[in-house]
Ligand binder design. Structure first.
Ligand code: FAD
Ligand code: NAI
Length: 473
């Protein structure tokens, strides 16, 4: 039986990064992944195959189309009869996914990581080593390891009343692979996937209706930011209904009927495609946690401490399969800290400075606490808000909606949260993350020189506004 210092189960952004870091630290390392896309093993997990990367490719393509059809005329650019070739757009996305996935294999070779394919499960603990079985389409193999890092990720949560066929009833996989724009797309769940994928297909001409159970739109985000995003999405044609109770759903060949209740009224919606995006569930299927007594919580997540240790010696778990936000960068960072802990180092991951980004138009991004959280916790804070409206760079881009809001401790001026809605805030948020990680005050940012003309001047202005020193507002 082949033995490794470290075996990583799962080749997503948590697992593959953990494997690279472990190999860099001198451990003999293997990474096992069972995911197959288009009949081929494909490293990269949810993020690369059916998540972050393909969704951002489609968001960009659809944004380009929307610019061409709606905004370019303002620049004096016009073209007759613009068209979108959805099949080509999907092929481009596939190409990006393939390139990135092959890139991981390249990195594995470069770092001398053994790449193994198939579904892995715990088998036993023999002489202090974990025995892992791998099922590669019926071909079985066993390997052993001193340390195991479980990075098996998550899968879409489905509605109990309707089966997902990824033809008419879609989860993220189906929504990323449509070969034509649906006429009517219904989205259940106004979360991150619903809003991003709803935006893609709305920009390409679908009539999109989003049905959300919660009374509040995007409850995790700062209320003012959520309100601004809501206003803009409605302007783009998305119909968003909150406080909805989903009833029976019928999937006839060419038509899906969604029955729902809103404010006591029984309603129904007919559409050609239905996207169900109501959250994700941890993936421990097939891992055989019972065989070794690996502890799961009541929702199926692997129980870990702050350092990603499970209840079993030398078994670690990271990413979507454990507590915390289901984000690729959180998974990767946990992968790095676990590999370093195995090497006896003492790295630290600060959960308070994990950035969130939603890639709608306008984008929203935040780090730290919202105004509502600070108020609920009784923390006194000051607030600086600056708008993109008159920012020269934003005007040049033709994207000048939104604002940056900075929240700083009233007493110490330490930044406690930064909330952004507007152009390229996915990039701008990094400055706020770095500032918070270094425990910066709003004055620190206010006194840093920001390039002109740039979108980052709005962050600068928000920092100045914390002390009522805003120059352009
Ligand atoms: P995964 O990426 O899920 O990888 C786990 C891998 O392990 C998979 O390949 C799985 O098949 C494999 N596996 C599972 N069980 C076994 C087993 N027993 N044996 C072998 N292999 C196994 N996050 C962001 O930060 N930014 C975004 O923009 C973003 N966009 C997203 C868009 C969509 C549509 C979706 C669905 C998700 C998005 N996410 C985004 C979330 C992100 O994809 C996840 O947080 C991230 O992939 C989690 O990484 P992971 O390594 O924990 O798990
Ligand atoms: P989500 O948790 O973001 O949103 C799910 C939404 O569905 C919630 O608003 C919830 O109230 C609603 N909901 C739940 N049950 C419902 C029901 N029965 N009827 C109607 N509404 C219901 O989950 P989503 O969008 O599936 O995404 C999963 C995760 O993937 C995200 O939480 C995020 O961690 C990750 N992701 C991250 C992205 C990013 O970073 N840009 C992009 C896409 C996904």
């Amino acid at each position: 039986m082949q033995n490794f210092d470290v075996v990583v189960i799962g080749g997503g952004p948590g697992g593959y990064v953990a494997a690279i870091r472990a190999a860099q630290l001198g451990f003999s390392t293997a990474c096992i992944d069972g995911y197959r896309r288009k009949d081929k093993y494909s490293l990269g997990g949810t993020c690369l195959n059916v998540g972050c990367i393909p969704s951002k490719a489609l968001l960009q393509s659809s944004e380009n189309y929307a610019e061409l059809t709606h905004s370019f005329a303002d620049h004096g650019i016009s073209c007759d009869n613009p068209k979108i070739d959805v099949k080509k757009m999907i092929a481009r996305k596939e190409d990006i996914v393939n390139k990135n996935s092959n890139g991981i294999s390249f990195l594995f070779k470069k770092n001398k990581i053994t790449e193994l394919h198939g579904w892995a499960s715990f088998s036993a603990n023999k002489d202090g080593k974990w025995v892992i079985s791998i099922d590669d389409q019926g071909k079985k193999e066993e390997i052993s390891a001193t340390h195991v890092i479980v990075a098996t990720g998550s899968n879409s949560r489905h509605l109990p009343q309707i089966a997902t066929d990824n033809v008419n009833i879609l989860d993220n996989e189906g929504a990323l692979d449509l070969t034509e724009t649906p006429k009517e797309l219904c989205v259940i769940g106004a979360g991150v996937i619903g809003l991003e994928m709803g935006s893609v297909w709305a920009r390409l001409g679908a009539k999109v209706t989003v049905l959300e159970a919660s009374d509040k739109f995007l409850g995790a985000a700062d209320e003012q930011v959520a309100k601004e995003l809501h206003k803009n999405l409605v302007k783009q044609g998305l119909e968003i209904k909150t406080g909805v109770k989903i009833g029976e759903i019928k999937n006839a060949k060419k038509k899906v009927t969604v029955n729902y209740e809103l404010g006591g009224e029984k309603l129904k919606l007919e559409c050609d495609k239905l996207l169900v995006s109501i959250g994700r569930i941890p993936n421990t299927n097939g891992l055989n946690p019972e065989a070794v007594g690996l502890k799961l919580d009541e929702r199926g997540f692997i129980v870990v401490d702050a350092d990603c240790r499970t209840n079993l010696p030398n078994v670690w778990a990271i990413g979507d399969v454990v507590r915390g936000p289901m984000l690729a960068h959180k998974a990767s960072d946990e992968g790095i800290i676990v590999a370093e802990r195995i090497a006896g180092q003492h790295p630290h991951l600060d959960f308070n400075t994990i950035p969130w980004v939603i890639y709608t138009n306008p984008e929203i991004a935040w780090v730290g606490k919202t105004e509502q959280q600070l108020t609920a916790e009784g923390i006194k804070f000051k607030k600086g808000v600056a708008s993109f409206m008159a920012n020269g760079r934003a005007l040049g881009l033709g994207h000048n909606v939104g604002f940056v809001k900075m929240l700083a401790c009233e007493e110490t001026d330490r930044i406690l949260g930064v909330h952004m809605v507007g152009p390229f805030v996915s990039e701008l948020i990094s400055e706020a993350v770095v500032a918070m990680e270094f425990m910066a005050s709003s004055e620190d940012l206010a006194r840093i020189i920001h390039a002109h003309p740039s979108l980052s001047e709005v962050t600068h202005e928000a920092a100045l506004a914390c002390d009522k020193r805003q120059l352009h507002g």
